[in-house]
Each structure stands twice: as C-alpha cells, then as structure tokens.
Design a protein around this ligand. Structure first.
Ligand code: HEC
Length: 112
C-alpha cells in the first residue's frame, strides 16, 4: 500500500516538471520576449544562453532576482540599454520564465 502511494507520487511529479519547462518556453514566446531576445544571438537584449551561463551557478537566488527584473525592468548588467518593464507578466510567470532561462545552462541534469 505504501509503495503504491510512493509510486503514484512519483508519477505525479514527473509530468509537472516537464510541464513547467514547456511553460517557460511557451511564456517567453507569448509574452513577446523574442522582440529583444534570442536563444543564441545578441539582439537588443542578451541571448538566453548567455544569461544562463552568467547566472546559472547562483540559480536559487537568481530565479527571484531575474523574475523581479523581468516584471519591473532594469539595466546595468549587459550594456547601456535597459530592459523595459514587461507588463501583464505575473510573479509566477516571471519565475517560470527565469527558471527556463537558467536551465539552459545545462546544470540541472537535463540535456538542453
Ligand atoms: C524592449 C526590449 C526587451 C524586451 C521586450 C524584453 N527584454 Fe529582457 N532584456 C532587455 C535588455 C536590453 C536587457 C539587458 C539589461 C541589462 O543590461 O541589465 C535584458 C535582460 C534580460 C535578462 C537578464 C537580466 C540580468 O540582470 O542579467 C533576463 C532574464 C531577461 N531580459 C528576460 C526577459 C523576458 C523573460 C522577457 C519577456 C517577458 C524580456 N526579457 C523582454 C530587453 C528586453
């Protein structure tokens, strides 16, 4: 009985983490982040992979920091152009996108 419950829990957790990743990818598309960001190439804003490479090691802290910056905007980290505040992005959405970006550093065990 106990083992069954554990198994069910595992089966439940698995799709959730997969879903969270897809969500991040979908969100950066639907929230128009690609207007200024690309995966690998510099645009008006830095590429996702460069952000991941710079902040990936301090993932725990940076999820919150980047989520805040995604919502409120800000500058000074990458060049002269600041990021505008992104309206209509909730805290939860910003955090999901920040996690997706940071996971591109490839230090969480997934293949990306
Ligand atoms: C109008 C252009 C623009 C849009 C739209 C935009 N960004 Fe940015 N973003 C920038 C610029 C410019 C920077 C560099 C800011 C700096 O130098 O600190 C940046 C930086 C970032 C950073 C790194 C911040 C840091 O301190 O290292 C993240 C993460 C980020 N953007 C995520 C997003 C997400 C997610 C969206 C969509 C909701 C988005 N951006 C939409 C222009 C934009």
């Amino acid at each position: 009985m106990k083992r069954t419950a554990y198994l069910l829990l595992l089966l439940n957790l698995l799709p959730v983490s997969v879903l969270a990743q897809d969500d991040g990818e979908n969100l950066v598309t639907s929230k128009m982040c690609y207007a200024c960001h690309q995966l690998d190439a510099a645009s008006l804003g830095p590429p996702w992979r460069a952000i991941a490479a710079r902040h990936g090691e301090r993932r725990e802290v940076m999820v919150e920091v980047l989520a805040g910056k995604i919502i409120r905007g800000g500058g000074g980290n990458w060049g002269l152009v600041p990021m505008v505040p992104n309206q209509r992005v909730s805290e939860a959405e910003a955090r999901t996108m920040a996690q997706w970006i940071l996971d591109l550093a490839g230090n969480t065990g997934n293949s990306r």
